[in-house]
Design a protein around this ligand. Structure first.
Ligand code: FES
Length: 264
């Protein structure tokens, strides 16, 4: 157990009142998931496995539900990162307006690739999808604060200020020395080609299922079939509403047989 892990129970005790206040703001407890995870990240510098488990326990969710939410957003880091996380947009508008040059300059000046951290643990660098600031392309974020006008001179100034500790954006908490990369390997089951429950039974290995095609019918069928079990175990909203989903998809379900399966 490292020092951060050893100190986690004390951190949790300190943050619990804030977490409870966040939970009380929402009609549904799980709506507090993102702000609670953000709170832990502010204090630990990343979303640790201990934070995932504590969040799940406070919200009466499974750790898998919390983990799947955390892994969806580039706002959250699942491993220790540098004190400054530089994220450069590689979306279409930014690419058309010089993002390739910006990314090349950052990679060369930092000596690292996307999803890597400098050896001194100061800067983590990532190339991300559209940051929804296309009107000011090309752009990026430092510790989630927007930065614009990133030519070579501005990048030099930014990195010098970070090294001197004078950069305008505050550094992140760093409770653990980051490794070279903070990328998280894809789940081995997924990498091997196993499908989500909604897509089981589809014929094409590339078809993940969807409402508008034959495999979508199978997906709805699976949701309805598994609905009661999920409802009791995980309080999942989508499955609780399976009946309404099935009704909405009436046209597609017209192709189902009496036993609810497609292809009859
Ligand atoms: S493409 Fe870069 S902000 Fe949208």
């Amino acid at each position: 157990m490292n020092e951060r892990e050893a100190e986690f129970p004390a951190l949790l005790a300190r943050l619990r009142p804030q977490c409870e206040a966040l939970i009380a703001q929402y009609e549904h407890h799980r709506s507090a998931l993102l702000p609670i995870v953000q709170l832990f990240q502010e204090h630990e510098g990343f979303v640790s496995p201990q934070a995932v488990r504590a969040t799940a326990q406070m919200l009466d969710l499974t750790p898998a539900v919390v983990e799947s939410t955390v892994s969806f957003y580039t706002l959250f880091y699942r491993k220790p990162v540098g004190k400054y996380v530089v994220q450069i947009c590689r979306g279409l508008a930014c690419s058309l307006n010089g993002a390739e040059d910006v990314m090349r300059i950052f990679r060369s000046k930092l000596g690292i690739a996307s999803l890597q951290t400098t050896p001194d643990g100061l800067v983590s660098y990532e190339e991300v999808e559209c940051l929804a600031a296309c009107d000011r392309a090309s752009c990026g974020q430092v510790n989630l604060e927007f930065v614009y006008g990133l030519d070579e001179g501005a990048i030099d100034e930014m990195l010098a200020a970070m090294r001197a500790g004078t950069y305008a954006v505050a550094p992140m908490a760093q409770t653990e020395i980051p490794g070279r990369s903070w990328s998280v390997a894809q789940n081995a089951d997924v990498a091997r080609g196993r499908k989500s429950s909604g897509a089981v039974g589809t014929r094409s290995p590339d078809n993940a299922g969807g409402v508008g095609d034959a495999s979508g019918v199978i997906m709805l069928d699976r949701i309805a079939e598994l609905g009661l079990a999920f409802h009791g175990a995980t309080h999942e909203r989508s499955v609780r509403e399976a009946k309404e989903i099935v009704e909405l998809a009436g046209d597609h379900l017209g192709t189902l047989g009496n036993d609810g399966r497609a292809g009859h």
